[in-house]
Design a protein around this ligand. Structure first.
Ligand code: PLP
Ligand code: ZN
Length: 404
């Protein structure tokens, strides 16, 4: 039992409305459940495998879902990095371990299931890469066509490869992500395709399960959840989900929601720092972390609320800090993530340095996508392999010379 509700003016729409913005005021919509009628039994949840669908009572889907077994991602204790930073309770939830290698799969299993439930026959999105990879896979799983728009030349190789291989209609536009989103939004409204960007309220329902899982894995509510922020859908989704758990009495407090942005693309960080009522878009966003290279975050309003309501904060990190943390995660913890994902942990380091984080906090960093997504950026940071003749003496001398 749920409806769509405008996050600004509270206007209500039926659950099957194909609508991404409020007809009255233009703001985004959210799924609202009758929480007093939702019956959630902790023991029932605990008896199901850790996954998006463990929490199905708080999801809008009432058909057999389109699934590739998303969620249930590992929560790793960052022992070495935590020790170096003086943070004994630092964790990373590795969303790169989802079926297509990013948390977008949590959104797409719900979003594409809803497309089917609502009788839509073609799905579409604009993407910095991961949304397109995920949508392509879930559309293939559902047996329906997908159309994806990418900013030309700005999408990591692995992500384009996935979208192409899963059979999406892939179009590169000569423009940035924000422009691609505007175009595909218009296309969906005029041509009846189903839009699965994070303006889609159902997609965010799937993503909120990151927070549910983190609590179940930690066995407690963390003090802080830290996410890299691009379009700001994920931080908003996690906050929404946790508020539902709070309303249901399943948890007794909310973590401090903390968003990290890249220096060249940081409108939400600036709005928090300068205490602005809304974000001022960044017209030319630039960062090595292409997944968060977004200047006009569509969920900004919800994200600002999430951060402010929970006493959280926002941080900003340079590309150098992002890449250094990507390497540290890979080499010191064995955790391979793409650059945007490393922003969350790099942001914790930064916030710690300026005293915005306490050392005894339980902190869950969401690391959002897998290392293999962006092999080109990885290769640029590493020494190429040493090539030698195929004999043992050459191997031994190579190892001696490179053992420094
Ligand atoms: C989509 C994405 C983000 C940004 O998430 P938003 O919901 O747009 O803030 C961060 N990292 C990765 C790897 C992503 O794919
Ligand atoms: Zn409204």
């Amino acid at each position: 039992m749920y409806r769509l509700v405008c996050v600004k003016c509270g206007a209500r729409y039926p659950p099957d409305a194909i609508l991404y913005n409020c007809s009255a005021c233009g703001h985004l919509l959210a799924v609202e459940y009758d929480l007093d009628k939702v019956s959630v039994d902790r023991a029932v949840w605990d008896s199901r495998p850790l996954s998006v669908w463990r929490y199905r009572e708080l999801l809008p889907v009432n058909i057999p879902p389109v699934t590739l077994q998303e969620g249930g991602t590992p929560l790793y204790h960052l022992k070495r990095i935590g020790e170096e930073l003086g943070l004994p309770h630092l964790y990373a939830k590795h969303e790169g371990m989802n079926p297509t290698g990013s948390f977008k799969d949590r959104g797409m299993t719900v979003g594409v299931s809803m497309a089917i439930q609502l009788g839509k026959t073609t799905v579409a999105c604009a993407s910095t890469g991961n949304t397109s990879a995920s949508l392509a896979a879930y559309a293939a799983r559902a047996g329906i066509p997908a159309v994806v728009l990418l900013p030309a030349g700005k999408v990591a190789l692995g992500k384009v490869a996935q979208a192409l291989m899963h059979g999406a209609r892939v179009i590169s536009i000569r423009g940035n992500f924000d422009q691609a989103l505007e175009m595909v939004h218009e296309l969906c409204l005029t041509h009846g395709l189903y839009l699965l960007n994070s303006v889609n309220p159902f997609r965010l329902e799937g993503q909120k399960t990151i927070g549910f899982e983190a609590i179940d894995q930690l066995g407690a509510v963390p003090d802080r959840i830290v996410l890299p922020v691009g379009n700001a859908g994920n931080i908003s989704a996690v906050h929404k989900g946790l508020k539902e758990l709070l309303a249901l009495g399943l948890i007794d407090r909310l973590p401090m929601m903390t968003g990290i942005q890249a220096a060249g693309s940081a409108p939400i960080y600036r709005a928090i720092c300068e205490d602005l009522p809304e974000v001022v878009p960044e017209l030319h966003p630039e960062t090595v972390a292409t997944a968060i290279r977004i200047g006009a975050p569509v969920n900004a309003e919800k994200a600002l609320t999430a951060i402010r309501e929970t006493g959280g904060t926002a941080g900003v990190v340079s590309d150098e800090e992002i890449l250094a943390m990507q390497k540290a995660l890979a080499r010191r913890e064995g955790i391979g993530v793409e650059p945007a994902s490393a922003a969350s942990v790099a942001g914790v380091k930064k916030l710690l340095e300026c005293g915005a984080i306490d050392r005894d906090e339980y902190i869950v960093c969401v690391v959002t996508g897998h290392l293999l997504k962006d092999p080109e950026t990885v290769i640029r940071q590493c020494e190429p392999p040493l090539e030698i003749n195929a004999d043992l003496p050459s191997l031994v001398s190579a190892l001696q010379s490179s053992s420094s």
